[in-house]
Design a protein around this ligand. Structure first.
Ligand code: MTE
Length: 316
């Protein structure tokens, strides 16, 4: 497959934070091994059984990018999930994560704090399939059919109090299964956050499947955020906790590199990353170069969220 080829090594080397790059050579070999073992695209059997009968979900009439889908093998075989290694080929290492049962906590400034299994959460919502563009800050992109439900459903369930201004999301923490979580220089667990207006925007989505199948572990099983107008790092994977908070949470990438990665991280072709341009992106699969669009092409849905915030670093 071309997306695994050497031709992109330079590009990735230029665009991936050097600090996260030290394992790359070794892990490319690891990734090839996973391919040979045919592990691509699989969810855990227990996860697949839990969600059996709910997929595939009906396609959303409103949310479908009119672009060719990225090949499934690329979506499930070329990933960022630093908990399992700093290369793109983490599908094999991520299989160690047990994704069923999976407990989710909803807490903080809410009327209805809740702890429940993801499968009980799924009984409370209606699943749909949405096709979204997915733009990584590293200047590659995909077009992905996610299955899930609006993030606003979590807000409805929790009934946040008036003091709640942000939704903080946290990935699992288990250094025994996620070996990179043993690296003390990183602020684990992975944390992301949105304002309440962003969290309740119609585009904000929680995905539990992809290509009509249960979410493979490497894509963030059993449940991950998808906020397509922002750089991909905002879309936290394998979430265990949703907390409604008054103060803006410090995110994983902000804590690591505040000069390069901000809280807002809205896609903008005119605002370069300090080390590379964001004017265009590489479509993984066909490997075409595509012009990047403001808010990743979703300005109509989200530009209004940022009125009055022009002094903020909205695009990093
Ligand atoms: N979530 C966690 N917990 N850990 C990560 O390393 N990487 C982010 C985001 N969510 C990441 C994460 C980045 S940089 C991107 S581009 C997307 O996940 C990649 O999602 P994908 O592998 O499904 O394409």
């Amino acid at each position: 497959m071309r997306f695994l080829g050497r031709s992109w090594e330079m590009r990735e080397a230029e665009t991936t934070p050097e600090a996260l790059f030290f394992e790359r050579r070794r892990l490319i070999g690891f990734g090839a091994g996973a391919l040979a073992a045919g592990l691509l695209g699989r969810a855990h059997p227990a996860r697949a059984a839990a969600i059996d009968g709910m997929l595939p979900a009906a396609p959303s009439a409103a949310f479908h990018a009119a672009e060719a889908l990225t090949p499934e093998k690329a979506v499930t075989g070329y990933n960022n999930f630093y908990e399992f290694g700093f290369s793109k080929y983490v599908q094999s290492a991520s299989q160690k994560l047990k994704t069923s049962p999976w407990t989710i906590t909803i807490d903080g400034l809410v009327e209805k704090p809740l702890t429940l299994d993801v499968d009980d959460l799924l009984k409370k919502v209606a699943l749909e399939e949405r096709i979204y563009r997915h733009r990584c800050v590293e200047a590659w992109s995909m077009v992905v059919p996610w299955t899930g439900f609006p993030l606003a459903e979590i807000v409805k369930l929790a009934e946040p109090k008036a003091e709640a201004k942000y939704l903080r999301m946290e990935t699992f923490l288990d250094p025994k299964v996620a070996r990179s979580q043993n690296a003390p220089q990183y602020p684990w667990p992975y944390v992301e956050g949105l304002t309440m207006a962003e969290a309740t925007n119609e585009l904000a989505f929680l995905a539990v499947g992809v290509f009509g199948k249960p979410m493979p572990t490497q894509n963030g099983a059993p449940i991950r955020l998808v906020v397509p107008w922002k750089y991909g790092f905002k879309s936290a994977k394998s979430i265990v906790r949703f907390s409604f908070v008054a103060k803006r949470p410090e995110t994983f990438w902000e804590a690591l590199g505040p000069d390069e990665y901000g809280f807002w991280a809205n896609v903008n072709p005119k605002v370069a990353h300090p080390r590379w341009s964001q004017a265009s992106e590489r479509r993984v699969g066909p490997e075409d170069s595509v012009p990047t669009r403001l808010f990743n092409g979703y300005a109509e849905q989200v530009a209004g969220l940022y009125k009055g915030l022009e002094k903020e670093a909205l695009f990093m």
